[in-house]
Design a protein around this ligand. Sequence first.
Ligand code: ZN
Length: 367
Amino acid sequence: MTGTGSSRLSGSLSRAVAGLLAVAGIGGAAIGCSPARQPDAARWKLTSQAEPLVAAPGLRARIFAALDAAEKAGTDPSLSKFQVRAATVIEHDGARREIVGGNSEYAGLPEAIHGETSLLNHVINAVGPDEARRAVDFIAFHSQHCGGGGSCGDCRDYLMTTTRWQDLLVVCGQASDHSVHVERFAKGIVGEDQFPEVALSAIGLPARRVDELARAAAEARRGGVSLFTSEAEHLGVAALTTTGRIYRAAGADDAAFHYRYPVGAVLQQAATYRDYFVQAVVVAGAAGRLPRLRYRDRQYGYEFSSFNRKRGLEPIRLILVEEAPGAEPQALRYRLTTFEDALPGAFSATDFMPDAVDRFLDRGPGR
Ligand SMILES: [Zn+2]
């Protein structure tokens, strides 16, 4: 939701971080929650596009108060230096409460708790999950620049679980001119049943190749680790690169709940062989069920598809395979889209460091 480059990343990263700060007891109130202050209404100015989305005066007041609070939210972006400061103000028990979140990075690797994840975690800490789902109607970011990108895939997954996301608003307050930009979170959500169903002949690859990929994905699904993952959610994936190689992977879970997503896994395998340019990713799920592809996994695909776009190649074809109900096992339905369409408003490394991505891809012989 925030603007270009760093601000967009910061918005996304910050959403995960505030939770850690709260757990650490940083910043006074243990969960970053306190009675809402009186907003300086004259300080913030809604854009004309934002005004109809936030018509109610009470909502506007809460948004302005949240932007004031977000401005002061603590962050710890040790690696990226991008600060994502988030806040919301909810009505709870007859009073307004402001709650903040922010990004923090850790492990000396590009790992982060993101601002919006952090924020919602703090709301749940403060009022419980049911009340959080009822009361949170917006997330506000304080940013250097607004406009453009949305949350990362993982934050979309988390917000879809913890909020009434169909009604959720994403607010960005721009530091330089105090303009307030508002969008619907739902603009970044595309259900799998909205991916167009296509005939095998319309996929743009030889039918025999698509069939080979579908079989490879189904075979991959027999593996992986699904000790905590339901049968309905377990996925297998196959990827075809421009070198003609096919890679396979399945989802894998563990006791720490650090799920390894199958699209991410199959692309990591290809990258291990310096095979960075992917023609198609095929996803197979449980029999008779349309595979559900989480937004975090869409993010992995989007990052790789941005490598294609860097080189003038077509975006990666994202193909979901579903057995037609009541049909012979060989009768498959295909839904075809791209990671670009499946993750609207996404960002990738090519947005933040295009020259570095060029240099990186130039070193790799796989194309
Ligand atoms: Zn995120």
